[in-house]
Design a protein around this ligand. Structure first.
Ligand code: HEM
Length: 156
């Protein structure tokens, strides 16, 4: 690959990684602010809209970052570091898919709870579900950070 093409791939990689990591951090701040200021019904509608809109920003950014990262790493030897990086990338993609399915389930559950606020069974499902959702989101953040660190080690 020519030096120009290599530089262009690197530029796309940096932009895509920034969008993924920056978007994630921004949603954490937005989620805190939304929880502190919006009524439950508005909050559910807000996250449904935000989540669906951000899906089409976050997923392409993540895929482009992983593909361009793969292009940049194409000549590296398949040592422990590269295997660990690829493994974490695969786990991140799978966790992302699980987190989106879980988030959609949570929206449905929260709506059911808004319709019948005294339903203890649904309330318990919401409590358990939101703990699982928070865990999955934390995992996404940790895996993303781990990838950035491993990527930096691959680059030097
Ligand atoms: C970074 C990539 C992320 C993507 C692509 C994403 C996408 C989504 C999607 C598709 C939904 C479901 C909307 C529906 O009902 O159809 C959703 C819901 C939600 N998201 Fe995200 N999300 C991301 C990160 C985060 C983060 C970092 C937080 C908070 C720390 C967050 C908080 C929420 C909340 C609170 C909901 C509502 C469902 C629930 O109560 O669990 N999201 N998101």
């Amino acid at each position: 690959m020519s030096a120009t093409a290599e530089a262009m791939v690197l530029a796309v990689f940096i932009v895509a990684t920034s969008i993924w990591v920056g978007g994630y951090s921004a949603i954490v701040v937005v989620a805190r602010t939304a929880s502190a200021t919006l009524d439950p019904a508005v909050r559910v509608a807000f996250f449904r809209s935000l989540g669906r809109a951000y899906f089409w920003v976050g997923l392409p950014a993540l895929i482009i970052a992983l593909v361009t990262g793969g292009v940049l790493a194409r000549d590296l030897p398949w040592d422990g570091l590269l295997i660990a990086t690829v493994t974490i990338a695969v786990v991140l993609l799978v966790s992302f898919a699980v987190a989106v399915v879980q988030a959609r389930r949570m929206t449905r559950l929260r709506r059911r709870l808004l319709e019948s606020p005294d339903d203890e069974e649904v309330a318990e499902q919401v409590r358990r579900g939101s703990r699982a959702a928070a865990g999955l989101r934390a995992l996404l953040g940790l895996l993303s950070l781990a990838l950035v660190v491993l990527g930096a080690f691959l680059a030097v």
